[in-house]
Design a protein around this ligand. Structure first.
Ligand SMILES: *Cc1c(COP(=O)(O)O)cnc(C)c1O
Length: 391
């Protein structure tokens, strides 16, 4: 492109590079799993959301292939026109059964589920109160909706109460939004307190269970189940792309909510139905989750091993499969990440502006072996004492 109208692209890219914010994707050349080949080298993978190790599971792959043989590769249309298959409905009923909600609706991604649900249920006359650390899809959903956004400090229930007291009466409907497991820290939202506040201020509550589903709660239903809040009124959003090893997102809630979304959520109405392969893989993942509770138990055994063996003062408080190892500055995060890569461990370094403080973000999988976990503990201990001699 030579037209002057596009010159700004080059300038913007240069600015991004100058700020050290420039990023490119790394190519994985093997099947998903606890061990992956990354640009030709083998690594123990501590950077994947595949918490239960299902994305490379033969049963999910076989189900995806079988569904493709039956229905073809594409759903060929939006669900309301020619894109709906019984498989979609089976998946929605399985999600509703896991979440113990009346119904559920499957979207093409978790991002689109949040955007679609939020934009459908609130508008210009309404207000959204969201946690400061909420996922990008919740924040952009709020923008798309046109509702007035308020942000409260991370997990600060008293600050939220104050905001609601001050502003709630100026708006028609009100929505509180939060990650259930915060994706960059691994801590949980104070769900029981949020449910009480929502009831007190006549607000709806939407929780994003992207990192909770398959990981937390007795049956893996998520943070709602973990806090014994399963049947409380709320809107539960999530993804099929993390512990469930597939692709797609969902909203679970009352039959009326789901019926309304089918008629009013633009990111569901005007997009092609989930592919048969993804739908079948997710459905199989839900069956495996139910049939093999030992997977989740093994995941927690691995999480607890790391929590017990990594230095407590360097671990960001977490109650999930996301464990963050705090370091002093962005450079240290990068150096530590490189040291670990040299030793054959892939652990992403997360830096500002994504997060306020630099860290290595460890994603634990059920399929990590004791030897792999021990290697991580040992390498983090050794490289940290080399990097930060005083700690
Ligand atoms: C990953 C993630 C999403 C988006 O889910 P996709 O299915 O990958 O689009 C939404 N919310 C949170 C908190 C996430 O971590």
């Amino acid at each position: 492109m030579t037209h002057a109208a596009y010159d700004w692209l080059g300038h913007s890219l240069a600015t991004i590079k100058k700020a050290n914010w420039y990023r490119t994707p790394k190519t994985i050349t093997s099947r998903a799993g606890a061990i992956v080949e990354l640009e030709g080298r083998t690594f123990v993978n501590f950077g994947s959301n595949d918490y239960l190790g299902l994305a490379g599971d033969t049963r999910l792959i076989d189900a995806a292939v079988a569904a493709t043989q039956i229905y073809g590769t594409g759903s060929t249309g939006s669900r309301l026109t020619s894109g709906h298959r019984q498989l979609h409905r089976d998946l929605e009923l399985a999600i509703a059964a896991l979440k113990q909600t009346e119904d559920a609706l499957v979207f093409s991604s978790g991002y689109l589920a949040n955007m679609g649900a939020i934009a459908a249920i609130v508008g210009k006359k309404d207000a959204i109160f969201g946690d400061q650390y909420n996922h990008s899809s919740l924040k952009n959903g709020a923008k798309l909706s046109g509702a007035t956004p308020f942000e409260y400090p991370h997990n600060d229930v008293e600050a939220l109460r104050l905001l609601l007291t001050t502003h709630r009466h100026n708006y028609r409907r009100c929505l509180i939004t939060t990650d259930s497991v915060f994706s960059m820290d691994g801590d949980l939202c104070p769900l029981p307190e949020l449910i009480s506040l929502a009831a007190e201020f006549e607000a709806m509550l939407l929780i994003d269970e992207a990192h909770g589903t398959g990981v937390l709660g007795a049956t893996g239903a998520g943070v709602a189940e973990y806090f014994h809040c399963t049947h409380q009124p709320m809107i539960q959003v999530g993804t099929l792309s993390k512990a469930l090893g597939s692709l797609g997102g969902y909203v679970a809630g009352s039959a009326q909510l789901i019926d309304f979304l089918r008629n009013r959520a633009p990111s569901w109405i005007y997009t092609t139905g989930l592919s048969p392969a993804d739908t079948a893989a997710a459905l199989t993942a839900l069956q495996v989750l139910q049939q093999e509770p030992e997977r989740k138990q093994q995941l927690w055994a691995n999480i607890n091993y790391l929590k017990a063996h990594l230095k407590q003062d360097e671990l960001v408080p977490s109650n999930s499969a996301i464990l963050c190892f705090g370091v002093e500055n962005p450079q240290q995060a990068l150096t530590l990440g490189h040291l670990l890569m040299e030793a054959g461990l892939f652990v992403p370094a997360i830096r500002p502006p994504t997060v306020p403080t630099s860290r290595l973000r460890v994603s634990v999988m059920a399929t990590h072996t004791p030897a792999q976990l021990a290697q991580l503990v040992e390498l983090l201990r050794d490289s940290c004492s080399a990097l930060m001699p005083h700690s």
